[in-house]
Design a protein around this ligand. Structure first.
Ligand SMILES: NC(=O)c1ccc[n+]([C@@H]2O[C@H](COP(=O)([O-])OP(=O)(O)OC[C@H]3O[C@@H](n4cnc5c(N)ncnc54)[C@H](O)[C@@H]3O)[C@@H](O)[C@H]2O)c1
Length: 253
């Protein structure tokens, strides 16, 4: 990372789903800037790989907390415990999601509720958990990972896309309430990003080719492309930005 955000040093950040994929890259980028990072995830093995990589680069070492963010009671109490022990949260990144494929016919009530729980519900309760400490801190930055899937009308996961659209609704709906305390809240909507999971499950040569054809920029997006936007929104460099959706999709939409 060539850019240094001096104001981020020693800030405190919480991120969900930081063990792998885009989340892992975000954790690394924040640690490189000297941020005190707490990342929540269910995947201990991937979390350990992230910790090892960050240690080998001599960045600030983050703290991994094993937690299923679908368990709202536990997730909330763990966030509140960080605040109690360490102090206010400056940056919250809501990132954990699951983009399992499904079609309209396959959706049952149970599946719908489950998709909303993993892709939307914990975002709101994490925001609720950090709000008081951010007010005390006279400000903060909340970043919600959405997706361009709902803008594109992608057909392969309607429940996931609905939750991702709602995330932007959540961002806009809370911006005024939070704004009076100098708490900024924005969404980031990534396009097609080659994470390990995407490459293993769906991003084959044919799909890659099709996406590149439709993008304005003819390059495969990587997790770093999203992390760079996260750093910008986390830092005071973006002090005038709130209530917005920042699309990082190489011009796909
Ligand atoms: N990769 C893409 O192309 C892409 C595109 C658009 C939007 N996004 C969004 O970016 C964000 C990150 O996506 P990604 O591709 O890195 O995802 P990913 O599936 O690769 O990683 C998600 C992380 O969240 C963790 N996680 C999943 N369920 C959890 C749970 N119940 N509790 C705690 N942790 C849990 C996983 O273990 C994993 O470490 C998501 O919000 C996603 O919707 C990604």
């Amino acid at each position: 990372m060539k850019v240094q955000y001096f104001d981020l040093k020693n800030k405190r950040a919480v991120i969900s789903g930081g063990a792998s994929g885009i989340g892992s890259s975000i954790v690394e980028h924040l640690c490189e800037q000297g941020v005190e990072v707490y990342f929540f995830d269910i995947n201990k093995i991937e979390a350990q790989k992230t910790l090892k990589r960050i240690k080998s680069k001599n960045f600030k070492i983050p703290t991994f907390i094993k937690c299923d963010v679908k368990n709202i009671k536990k997730y909330r109490s763990l966030i509140l415990n960080i605040i109690k022990r360490k102090g206010p949260i400056d940056i919250l990144i809501n990132n954990a999601s699951n983009d399992q494929r499904h079609n309209l016919e396959q959706i049952t009530e149970k599946y719908w509720d489950e998709r909303m729980t993993i892709n939307l519900k914990h975002y709101l309760f994490a925001i609720q958990s950090v709000k008081k400490s951010m007010i005390k801190n006279k400000g903060g930055s909340i970043i919600n990972l959405s997706s361009v899937s709902w803008i594109r009308g992608a057909v392969m996961f309607p429940a996931y896309s609905t939750a991702k659209a709602a995330i932007h609704g959540l961002t806009r709906s809370l911006a005024r309430d939070l704004g009076k305390y100098n708490i900024r809240i924005n969404s980031i909507s990534p396009g097609s990003v080659a994470t390990q999971r995407q490459s293993k499950l769906w991003l084959n040569t044919k799909l890659k080719k099709e996406i590149l054809k439709n993008q304005c920029l003819k390059k495969q997006l990587l997790p770093d492309d999203i992390s760079k936007m996260v750093l910008f929104l986390a830092s005071d460099i973006s002090s005038g930005c709130t209530k917005q959706n920042f699309i990082v999709d190489a011009g796909l939409t």
